[in-house]
Design a protein around this ligand. Structure first.
Ligand SMILES: Cc1cc2nc3c(=O)[nH]c(=O)nc-3n(C[C@H](O)[C@H](O)[C@H](O)COP(=O)(O)O)c2cc1C
Length: 397
């Protein structure tokens, strides 16, 4: 596939070198089109050597090849990363004063923008309006990540991890539907931990891979995603707002708060059913002799609570999806759980044989309230996530 990588003058331009490598190493033909300003951050030889193609920011070079028209016309995808506030503004208003902005006007393929800038610039009404205009015209604009910015300050504005931008681009290239556009979706991921004392906890084996795959695929299908992540050490999916939590109580609070305005909630996190009835304030010492037994108490059932709130208040998310990891009597246990929790879909995983926890692959049976179960064959967790969204999307429309 022919990819145009537009790079504009932000400090995050160095990260675009990694994005470029991900494209070339996976067999894509990449033409880098920098702005004049970005060449002050990362020079032309770097882009030319890494892409294996000539690089110019100007419409006045190689005029006989009419690059200001041809590059855009021939592209299968244009991705601008980082996209500065200035370049977003020019794109939104149709300016064409350099090769990149000309290319954006001549391209008829999908266009992805990955903005990166200081929080104030990102939140300015002018930038918000430009982003809204670009989205209305069909461009994919990935929300920046929250984190450390150029100086000591932190906030929304950071360029997402290049590997995550790459995943969004691959999905756009494959032409996946954007059937979740306009919907707010809350996803929980990872596994909660319940403190025994300040250094020890009771936890579970969930890596967060399936929840992160759900977030990544939902963003790519156009959703506005809040990802409540319990103890996950994976790169943030590009475009998702990530809320980090530790315990079940924290996860409950974050999920319920985000769910108030959500259209769908997917509870993929492995939530501890029990927690120690009391937490030691200081570390339990070996020298204190035999430890006291740890008494457990039940945690709140967040999935059931979401279903109950919706039933009683007649409001809340239109679609509630639960996950169940079972070791035996998988379907019977799943059916009982679906009925008990009052959710719309229950994704039942068999744990073991290289499936579920910490593995790149998964397989599932999705139980449907009032409908027939849907088998999802073994495959990458992104594919399992897409199968879930294929069932959620029609229930939202
Ligand atoms: C050190 C430095 C860092 C900058 N980082 C950013 C940035 O991350 N995002 C942004 O929108 N502008 C940033 N700017 C401002 C842009 O470089 C400036 O708006 C420029 O005109 C953008 O031109 P371009 O969009 O044609 O590349 C930065 C400027 C400097 C000097």
């Amino acid at each position: 596939m022919k990819v145009v990588l537009g790079v504009s003058g932000g400090i995050a331009a160095y990260k675009a070198c990694e994005l470029l490598r991900l494209f070339t190493e996976s067999g894509h033909e990449v033409r880098v089109v920098p702005t004049r300003e970005v060449l002050r951050f990362v020079g032309e030889p770097t882009w030319a050597a890494l892409s294996g193609n000539p690089v110019t920011a100007d419409v006045w070079d190689d005029v006989h090849e009419v690059p200001h028209v041809r590059i855009g016309q021939r592209a299968d995808l244009v991705v601008v990363a980082p996209a500065t506030a200035n370049t977003l503004a020019k794109a939104a208003h149709g300016l064409a004063d350099d090769l990149l902005t000309n290319t954006l006007l001549t391209a008829r393929c999908p266009v992805v923008f990955a903005p990166a800038m200081h929080t104030e610039m990102w939140q300015h009404p002018a930038t918000r309006a430009n982003v809204a205009t670009l989205r209305e015209r069909g461009a994919v604009v990935i929300d920046p990540a929250v984190g450390r910015l150029t100086g000591a300050d932190t906030g929304p504005g950071r360029l997402p991890d290049p590997a995550e931008i790459f995943q969004v681009c691959l999905r756009v290239l494959r032409g996946r539907p954007r059937d979740l556009a306009g919907h707010k979706i809350v996803i929980s991921a990872g596994g909660t931990r319940e403190a025994i004392d300040p250094v020890r906890f009771i936890g579970n084996r969930s890596s967060g891979l399936q929840g992160y795959a759900l977030a990544r695929t939902a963003v790519a299908r156009g959703a506005e995603v809040t990802l409540v992540a319990a103890n996950v050490s994976l790169p943030d999916p590009a475009g998702a707002a990530v809320v980090r939590v530790g315990s079940t109580a924290e996860l409950r609070e974050a999920v319920l708060a985000a769910s108030e305005k959500a259209d769908a909630v997917v509870m993929a996190a492995a939530v501890a059913d029990f927690r120690p009835a009391s937490r030691h304030e200081s570390k339990i010492k070996k020298t204190d002799g035999e430890p006291d037994p740890i008494h457990l108490t039940k945690n709140p059932d967040i999935l059931a609570e979401l279903g109950r709130l919706r039933r009683e208040a007649g409001a809340g998310p239109r679609v509630i999806v639960g996950f169940a990891a079972e070791t035996d009597d998988v379907l019977a246990n799943g059916q009982a759980k679906l009925a008990r929790k009052g959710c719309d879909l229950l994704v039942v995983n068999q744990v073991g044989e290289g499936l579920a926890f910490g593995t790149p692959d998964n397989a599932a049976t999705v139980l449907v309230a009032g409908g027939e179960p849907v088998e999802v064959p073994r495959g990458p967790k992104d594919d399992v996530a897409d199968a879930v969204w294929d069932l959620v999307a029609p229930r939202l429309s």
